[in-house]
Design a protein. Structure first.
Length: 241
């Protein structure tokens, strides 16, 4: 696969995701590459698929696992729904699962033993995906003999309660402040794509970060200070490259 490397593996773009890396082996010198939103079917996408096979979603958890899931979804390497053989079994919904995937989600669900405990994990699901209750057969889940618990973001909890799910069975988790393209999100909606801002945050240069936020986004001092604090916290918890 790597024999197909050529200059097309070094790309830049304006809208998409950049992936940088190095080819290395004992028989050749390291070769740098920079990919730009590789499409399925090309050698670059095939190489990334092989890389992610070494990082299975059921073995990667926490912030790192969530970031990997976002990238997998962007590259169309993440199925809409996954069954993870933890105890109890987890039914994990992908970040960008859609109502059009409802049949696939239900078919996976009906393959599970009815008397086994289950955790429905929608903690990575983006709020833009629509209503969780339209995606999942909640009525069927409520009739299961095994216990069903839910892990969701706050915006999905009320709809579940209205559909008959007991509040005590719902665990609410905070949203990961990272966009689908891997950009930190501050102030609830500013997508930080500037490498300079991220560098200042990594270095802990708070005042320079505040000035740069004000210059780039026309923020007040108070807004820029809050944005700087949020970005510094994000890069501390979720390393950016």
């Amino acid at each position: 696969m790597l024999m197909e490397w050529d200059e097309q593996w070094n790309q830049l773009g304006l809208d998409g995701i950049s992936i940088n890396g190095v080819f290395g082996s004992s028989s050749s010198k390291p070769q740098l590459f920079s990919l730009w939103s590789p499409k399925e079917g090309c050698a670059a996408h095939t190489m990334l698929a092989a890389v992610f096979e070494c990082l299975p979603f059921d073995r990667c958890s926490g912030p790192a696992g969530e970031l990997l899931e976002i990238v997998r979804s962007y590259l169309d390497l993440q199925p809409p729904v996954s069954i993870i053989n933890y105890k109890p079994t987890h039914l994990r919904l992908a970040p960008w699962v859609h109502a059009n995937d409802a049949c696939e989600v239900e078919s996976h669900l009906r393959m599970l033993a009815d008397d086994g405990d289950l955790i429905v994990d929608a903690s990575g699901m983006e709020r833009f995906c629509g209503a969780l209750t339209q995606l999942l057969p909640v009525e069927h889940l409520l009739k299961r003999r095994g216990e069903v618990r839910w892990i969701v973001r706050s915006e999905f909890s009320n709809a579940l309660i209205q559909a008959g799910v007991a509040q005590s069975m719902i665990e609410i988790v905070p949203a990961l402040p990272i966009s689908r393209k891997g950009e930190p999100i501050v102030l609830g909606g500013i997508f930080v794509g500037s490498s300079e801002l991220i560098s200042f945050a990594k270095a802990g240069e708070r005042m320079q970060l505040v000035r740069s936020f004000r210059k780039e986004y026309s923020l007040t001092i108070e807004q820029a200070s809050k944005a700087a604090a949020e970005l510094m916290e994000i890069v501390a918890c979720h390393p950016m490259h």
